[in-house]
Write a protein that binds this ligand. Structure first.
Ligand SMILES: Cc1cc2nc3c(=O)[nH]c(=O)nc-3n(C[C@H](O)[C@H](O)[C@H](O)COP(=O)(O)O)c2cc1C
Length: 332
């Protein structure tokens, strides 16, 4: 019987299937269920700085409406702001603590911040609450087109440096593919002591309803074809960087998990497929990986992880553009 155990961010996982940060991991009873069906680890729903600020703003406006607050009296304003933040943060810390008490699998806390201001204090408190590791979901929207790529990228490194200084637990950074030199950025994160990189964050995208001529939001659930980009970049970076690589977006079945491991992923993260099929689907995915390993004669993940990474591959050009053009020229 195949041994699926692995290490990710210095933690021991019974298998490489991590449940991605999402509504699937926002309560203790859901996390218990995910563990019961075999999840290797979970990443908690992110703590959003944006969410705290919006919530605080809403409460302040409510208080104003009911005459309970004089905005000119700044101490009252500050109290309301701090109070709401504390409540939101307290709820999140409670989720970390309770999850750690209820499950044996690693619990990775997640922070999604807009600015670098609050990160360090959130991170320290999450560590104290018992998080086994932290995942920083960083996306600095490059609105200011006068800024150079380097200055945008520097923000990522600065946030990472601050958090790494503040905590002892391992830190992963979840990024988008939207960089002009993505490989360089991943190496830059490694130079700044990241423990792992999660490739890639998936954004809610805008869409347009042409019947009602209005803006809408595209499907929040991914489709399996979306995996190609993370497969390419995992394969390109595996063996080139000495950090863990978590593949995410579009991984919907056991076959996709095997592909990512062959490309060099340390672990995979899944959300959409579990939303669609329920937590029991985890068992099916893991059974596929285990059967495939038995069939191919692999006893451990180590024996085949990265076998088809670009660095190891006998056909490294497949991951580059040239092959893409050839593919199209054959396609009549
Ligand atoms: C409903 C929903 C909520 C999500 N919430 C978060 C979140 O709070 N933080 C985060 O980093 N990613 C979040 N994600 C993104 C997932 O973690 C994951 O990266 C993405 O869905 C791609 O994986 P998938 O193709 O398996 O769904 C969310 C995804 C979904 C579908």
């Amino acid at each position: 019987m195949a041994d699926l155990s692995t290490r990710y961010l210095g933690l021991n996982l019974r298998n490489p299937l991590v449940i991605a940060s999402s509504g699937l991991t926002d309560s203790v009873h859901k996390i218990v269920e995910l563990e019961k069906h075999g999840a290797g680890a979970i990443v908690l729903k992110s703590m959003f700085e944006e969410q705290i600020l919006m919530e605080a703003d809403y409460m302040v406006r409510k208080a104003e409406e009911h005459g309970g607050l004089f905005v000119e009296y700044s101490e009252t304003f500050d109290y309301a702001d701090v109070h709401v933040k504390e409540q939101e943060i307290g709820n999140y810390l409670g989720l970390i603590e309770k999850s750690r008490n209820e499950v044996h699998i690693p619990v990775i806390a997640s922070i999604n911040c807009l600015s670098s201001m609050e990160w360090t204090s959130f991170a320290t408190r999450m560590e104290k609450a018992g998080a086994n590791a932290l995942e920083l979901n960083i996306f600095v929207m490059p609105f200011n087109m006068k800024n150079s790529c380097e200055s945008n990228e520097k923000t990522y490194y600065q946030v990472l440096q601050k958090v790494k200084k503040a905590v002892r637990i391992p830190v992963a950074v979840k990024i988008s593919p939207y960089f002009s030199n993505l490989g360089r950025v991943i190496m830059g994160l490694e130079e700044n002591k990241v423990d792992g990189v999660v490739l890639f964050n998936r954004f809610t995208s805008p869409d347009i309803d042409i019947n009602n001529i209005k803006m809408t939001v595209a499907d929040v659930i991914s489709s399996p074809v979306e995996m190609a980009n993370s497969l390419r970049w995992v394969a390109l970076m595996a063996k080139r960087v000495n950090i863990d690589l978590a593949a995410t977006t579009g991984i919907h079945d056991g076959e996709a998990v095997v592909k990512q491991l062959l490309a060099g992923a340390t672990v995979v993260q899944m959300a959409s497929a579990i939303y669609k099929n329920g937590p029991a689907y985890i068992e099916k995915v893991l059974a596929f990986v285990s059967d495939w390993m038995d069939e191919k004669g692999f006893e451990t993940l180590h024996q085949f992880r990265g076998k088809l990474s670009q660095a190891k591959s006998v056909n490294p050009e497949v991951y580059e553009r040239l092959q893409f053009m050839k593919y199209f020229s054959d396609y009549k």
